[in-house]
Design a protein around this ligand. Sequence first.
Ligand code: ADP
Length: 314
Amino acid sequence: MAAIKVGVVSSPSWAFIDVETGPVQPRGQGMSYAHRVTGGRAIRLQDFDPDEDAGLNREQAEAKLVKLGQEIVELQELLYAAGETAVLIVLQGMDTSGKDGTIRHVMGSMNPLGCDVAAFKVPTESELAHDFLWRVHARTPGRGRITIFNRSRYEDVLVVRVHGLVPRDVWSARYDQINHFERLLADSGTLVLKFFLHISKSEQKERLLEREQETTKAWKLSVGDWQERRYWSAYMRAYEDAINNCSTSHAPWFVVPADKKWFRNLAVAETIVEALKPWKRPWRARLEEIGREERTRIEEMRKNERRKSERKGA
Ligand code: ADP
């Protein structure tokens, strides 16, 4: 049975009511181009077509993206002004899946004053001397801000698992630890959206070969990317487990068809807009409240000044 999610806006967390639980949210229920994983039943990545485009062509998708970009700007402004809620966007995907491109296209329109990007690479010595969430927690957004994670805590159950960098019992305990961490973020007013940019193995090959041909992309060339391809199936299993074990109502995963870059951008942008839209009303209400409080203070200040000058004049 398909899942229907109803957003409620009364509390600063992902408050979704499960009506019926199935593996993914169906089309036509709000968020549509990306597949929202409900956590109700396990998904298999092979069931999602990376080349999907919802019957749109590039032109149509780009026109929609422009409109969504405008909505994102407006939503970000409100989020910033209300200063109550934080937004954490996690981008994960195989090499060349388009994490950088998504940041450029979807978040490019945002006001940089209220937006941060954090990239998580091979941990430093100091990072390794701490628990795996230490470096991640330090970069989470404060209220009113949006932070985009280019890779994240999930590397600690992906590359770390695939290459056996820590024993099984250590990485397998991390799913619960991540869920607790995301619960803490949500309870503290952070909306968490996690995107898996789903490309096919053949599309990745094309993109890697393309990089070799383009001098402007030479900085992206890495022998490691070709070596990691050998572990493709192990990565897919690790991704499936991460998505299935850590899809919660307060920190959902979205599988994004990413073979077509323009569709990927559209799907991510649409998901962000649909996730933030229900917050418009409470953010506006908070803004009005802030306005009322400040106007009262200004009134009081004026009254005090009037009294002072009357006393002086008496
Ligand atoms: P990107 O591919 O994100 O543009 P890099 O080429 O520098 O940037 O790759 C970052 C590398 O860091 C990736 O191979 C990724 O798997 C690795 N990495 C990130 N987090 C961890 C981690 N916790 N443990 C081991 N490797 C990690």
